[in-house]
Design a binder for this molecule. Structure first.
Ligand SMILES: [Zn+2]
Ligand SMILES: [Zn+2]
Length: 159
């Protein structure tokens, strides 16, 4: 469960575990290219004063393109979330360090954190099919991983 009842949190920390399919509404509009369900683990706890702290781990696999040779690449995203803080304090509503929570909320849903962390990680990642990918010849477009292209203009070193 990624949504935890606040009454349970008042009794002590609660483990959060879940699996979100690529077509989960949480990922709507992000265009992440998720290739597999997203796995989430972690622990949520009340830290007093209407604040709830989540520590967790998010694992996802996204499909993208190698930026050098444009082949399809599957990229593992392993994200450690050290401290995501939900707060019912109205002053926290405009603070990007907090996930705002209504004072009337009866549960805390960490899906929001998963969505945000994945969006950041997926776009910060410049994908390569492998670290030494030779890329495409800028002149003839041949895949230089398959060997010299023969047009004679390929750079000796990958760009
Ligand atoms: Zn490549
Ligand atoms: Zn060439």
């Amino acid at each position: 469960m990624l949504r935890v009842d606040i009454r349970d949190l008042q009794r002590g920390p609660v483990r959060t575990e879940g699996r979100l399919p690529p077509d989960d509404p949480a990922f709507e509009g992000l265009d992440l290219g998720l290739a597999e369900p997203v796995e989430v683990t972690g622990q949520l706890q009340a830290t007093g004063d209407g604040e709830y702290l989540w520590r967790g781990h998010v694992h996802g696999v996204v499909r993208g393109e190698c930026r050098r040779c444009l082949t399809d690449v599957l990229d593992d995203l392993d994200i450690d979330v050290d401290a995501a803080v939900f707060s019912t304090d109205p002053d926290a509503a405009d603070d990007p360090d907090f996930y705002p929570l209504s004072g009337r909320a009866t549960s805390v849903d960490v899906t929001e954190v998963v969505r945000e962390e994945l969006a950041l990680a997926a776009h910060a990642d410049l994908m390569l099919c492998r670290d030494d990918c030779a890329g495409l010849c800028p002149t003839c477009g041949a895949d230089l991983n398959a060997g010299p292209c023969g047009c004679g203009r390929a750079p000796a070193e990958p760009v």
